[in-house]
Design a protein around this ligand. Structure first.
Ligand SMILES: Cc1ncc(C[n+]2csc(CCOP(=O)(O)OP(=O)(O)O)c2C)c(N)n1
Ligand SMILES: [Mg+2]
Length: 349
């Protein structure tokens, strides 16, 4: 079955939220959101294959299944906003509008990559789009994001920082120090927990005394909500409201966004801690792309043939990205010591 094929049993999107989003965004933007979600899905499929062919070295964590979180949340952001993510960040980078060829080339460690081939899968970066990186230290990025939120407030920018973290990061001490500081100082931070139910091979309920993660914000008297992360408009709506509050000076928001990852933790994880039936059930009932395309077809915004054509188009686009990455050069060995220290500049001193 093609990834985008209509399934009868897939749950419907929240009709009210979809109708509101349609009014706010318009049909063109919504079509673009679908295209981006399909791009993310095809991109990860090919990234996985390239990893198996040993074209991608090191770690590689795929985002498939979680597309509605990146696309819904970043559709509510402006280009003034700062974005910071964890190591499962290919989807956020692409949804932010980063050039897919530069993202794939970075995965391949090539000089044409968005970080010159020195970052790889976990360290995508694009300062022009205020995409301030994927980060490998679980939870660490939320403190960096708080700094960005502080900077936005200090400089009186009409901007927020959206910081993504996993359910496994929620118990890190740094997360709680950050939340407290964000609330005390009223910082425009939107902390998005991409709750995909597992941290590596460990299910949330095995490690968390509180499994309703929204409650974590109670300790900081912070605005919080739980969101269906398989419904792109639910994510868009929640983040848009949080952003409106943040730029109005009303402080940070904590979000427990429920989603699911289709692949294992990383490419080397056989995922024996969950059953195939569990994964198939999510794919059948909750796939975010199928739910969105079903709704668009029902609303007469697209036909199944048009949805299939998007799938084919993205498949071709990603194949071009793979060819580009493959043909690109490795960084010159001299790049090893570049950008490590700030260059001495006597004029500044
Ligand atoms: C501080 C720290 N501790 C442990 C690790 C090892 N580690 C890498 S990913 C991971 C699980 C994180 O899971 P989660 O936050 O749920 O994100 P997901 O992979 O599900 O997207 C762990 C423990 C790490 N990278 N950093
Ligand atoms: Mg997780």
């Amino acid at each position: 079955m093609a990834d985008t094929e209509t399934t009868v049993q897939a749950q419907e999107l929240d009709g009210e939220l979809a109708a509101t989003a349609r009014e706010e965004l318009g049909d063109e933007r919504i079509l673009e959101m679908l295209r981006t979600m399909v791009l993310l899905r095809r991109f990860e499929h090919h990234a996985g294959r390239a990893y198996q062919r040993r074209k991608i070295q090191g770690f590689c964590h795929l985002y498939s299944g979680q597309e509605a979180v990146a696309v819904g949340s970043l559709s509510a952001a402006t280009m003034e906003d700062y974005i910071v993510s964890h190591y499962r960040e290919h989807g956020h980078a692409l949804a932010r509008g980063m050039e897919p060829k530069a993202v794939m080339a970075e995965l391949f460690g090539k000089v044409t990559g968005c970080a010159g081939g020195k970052g790889g899968s976990m360290h995508l970066y694009d300062v022009e789009r205020r995409f301030m990186g994927g980060w490998g230290i679980v939870g660490g990025q939320i403190a960096l994001g708080n700094g960005m939120a502080f900077a936005a407030k200090y400089r009186e920018e009409e901007a927020v920082c959206i910081a993504y973290l996993g359910d496994g990061a929620v118990h890190q001490g740094i997360v709680h120090e950050t939340l407290n500081m964000a609330q005390v100082w009223g910082l425009p931070l939107i902390a998005i927990v991409e709750n995909n139910e597992y941290a590596m091979g460990t299910a949330l309920e095995r490690v968390s005394a509180v499994t309703d993660l929204e409650k974590k914000a109670l300790a900081y008297d912070m605005a919080a909500e739980t969101v269906d992360g398989q419904d792109v408009f639910a994510v868009y709506d929640a983040v848009k409201r949080a952003r409106d509050r943040a730029v109005a000076g009303e402080g940070p928001t904590w979000m427990d966004i429920h989603t699911y990852r289709y692949y294992g933790h990383s490419m080397t994880d056989p995922a024996t801690y969950r059953t195939r039936e569990e994964v198939d059930e999510v794919k059948d009932l909750k796939d975010p792309i199928v739910r969105l395309s079903n709704w668009m077809i029902a609303e007469g915004m697209a036909t199944q043939e048009e949805v299939d054509a998007i799938d084919d188009e993205m498949e071709e686009l990603v194949k071009e990205c793979v060819a580009f990455a493959d043909e690109s050069d490795q960084p010159d060995p001299s790049a090893l010591t570049a950008d490590v220290y700030v260059e001495w500049n006597a004029d500044i001193d």
